[in-house]
Ligand binder design. Structure first.
Ligand SMILES: *Cc1c(COP(=O)(O)O)cnc(C)c1O
Length: 422
């Protein structure tokens, strides 16, 4: 057992932290509140607030329609290219548009239509509900000719590779998985799984919502076919910011988006009345991009690139390790379990702690203790680490306040009813 961790140690770790100054790049008008939910909604970068003002007041307010020719039109590609660096893709393999759910829909339908004669999609029950619904809807739309096979996690933390291996066969059209599970934080091995899936001739689609911006990824090197992800979690793009979509270059001309919009049309401004898909990644666009919603994302990606994704990951591992050590020392005795993998190599940047009263504990933390985590059904209290602005003192103080809630049963003051949003 290592010696006990105290506030001085957290302070020392912050002093030695080479990413510590990035905290100032984010708006924080309420330093008394500890924010541990950057995995759901990243903080607002100061530069993003400025950029929104520029787009609204100058580009829209003054330049009006001329702005389409002064940077708006290429925004989905330009920001996609910037994002490509963070996920190990080529600049022309990524585009920013629509939501993750809509992009999943486009790619799942495209993949099933391409994989003629193959009839199953494999996913797992750790996946995000929207990902599973979209697959179900795609199957119905295509006439119920496909089957969705959902691998079941034995421990609700991870899936054994053998389970996937046993499910794969010559009927598998597509494997659609979240790289990092939204509840447990467990991460698949992208290289190994993609290779296994390819051995069976299936396409591999990764949802990177809980890894983009906090875990280095090498989509191209690992031969990943398709990927999607949102930009409002660790990428700090703001609520409902447009998502991203990746298609491996060699596949781009083979696949078609099911949404035939004019932004995905070849020679869009010829205004031809029959659809011919654009070359390359552009064919996955549908309609006019949300320019105001893209403004903060570009500024935020710049901060992440300046910090460097490898350094972000290194700090994330140290901070989740720090949090696990604090759990052991301060929380375990109150019946709190670790619902995330013990090995940092197998997890992303959030830690889920289990407790039968997690819902009420979460409310008590928010309403009485100025600590913001989130709750995920049935018993997970998720604590998100966003290395660009989470400090070691945040983590230490958050855990101490959580211990206080447990020790004095402060959660008992709250009703059992679930609020509309958790
Ligand atoms: C957050 C999240 C989504 C959200 O999808 P939206 O279309 O942006 O609402 C989808 N999938 C996963 C894995 C997520 O974590």
């Amino acid at each position: 057992m290592p010696s006990s961790i105290d506030l001085a140690e957290a302070q020392q770790l912050d002093l030695e932290d080479s990413l510590g100054t990035f905290r100032d790049a984010f708006v924080n008008n309420d330093p008394g509140t500890i924010y541990l939910d950057g995995n759901s909604l990243g903080r607002l970068p100061k530069q993003s607030a400025i950029q929104i003002g520029t787009v609204v007041n100058h580009e829209w307010g003054q330049r009006l329609i001329r702005s389409w020719g002064e940077g708006w039109f290429e925004a989905p590609q330009r920001i996609g290219a910037q994002l490509a660096k963070l996920i190990g893709a080529e600049p022309d393999e990524v585009i920013v548009c629509d939501s993750t759910s809509v992009n999943l829909y486009k790619l799942i339908i495209a993949a099933l239509q391409y994989q003629q004669g193959r009839s199953t999609i494999i996913t797992d029950n750790l996946n995000f509900p929207s990902d599973v619904y979209i697959a179900q809807g795609a199957i119905e739309l295509l006439g119920n000719r496909h089957r969705l096979q959902v691998l079941e996690s034995a421990d609700q933390v991870s899936i054994e590779t053998q389970q996937l291996q046993a499910a794969l066969n010559e009927q598998t059209a597509l494997v659609s998985l979240s790289h990092t599970a939204f509840k447990s934080g467990w991460s698949y091995d992208i290289a190994a799984i993609t290779e296994l899936v390819h051995q069976h001739g299936a396409l591999m689609l990764w949802d990177l919502c809980h890894s983009a911006g906090v875990q280095p990824l090498n989509l191209r090197e690992h031969g990943v076919d398709l990927a999607v992800g949102c930009t409002y979690k660790y990428l700090n793009g703001g609520p409902g910011a447009p998502a991203f979509l990746y298609v491996r270059r060699e596949l781009q001309e083979q696949l078609r988006s099911p949404i035939w919009g004019w932004f995905g049309q070849q020679n869009q401004f010829d205004m031809e009345l029959s659809y011919t898909p654009a070359n390359g990644i552009n064919r996955f666009l549908a309609g006019t991009p949300s320019i105001i919603a893209l403004a903060p994302l570009e500024a935020s990606l710049q901060i992440i690139c300046n910090a460097g994704i490898d350094r972000i990951r290194e700090k994330s591992v140290r901070q989740t390790e720090f949090l696990v050590a604090l759990w052991e020392q301060y929380l375990q005795e109150y019946g709190v379990t670790l619902n995330s993998p013990r090995d940092p190599a197998q997890r992303g940047s959030h830690i889920s702690l289990g407790h039968p009263e997690a819902l009420r504990i979460s409310r008590a933390l928010i309403e009485r203790k100025h600590v913001i985590p989130d709750f995920r059904y049935p018993d997970n209290l998720r604590l998100g680490i966003a290395p660009l602005y989470t400090s070691y003192i945040d983590i230490f103080t958050g855990v101490k306040r959580l211990r206080d809630v447990l020790e004095h049963r402060i959660y008992e003051e709250f009703p059992h009813e679930k609020p509309a949003v958790t």
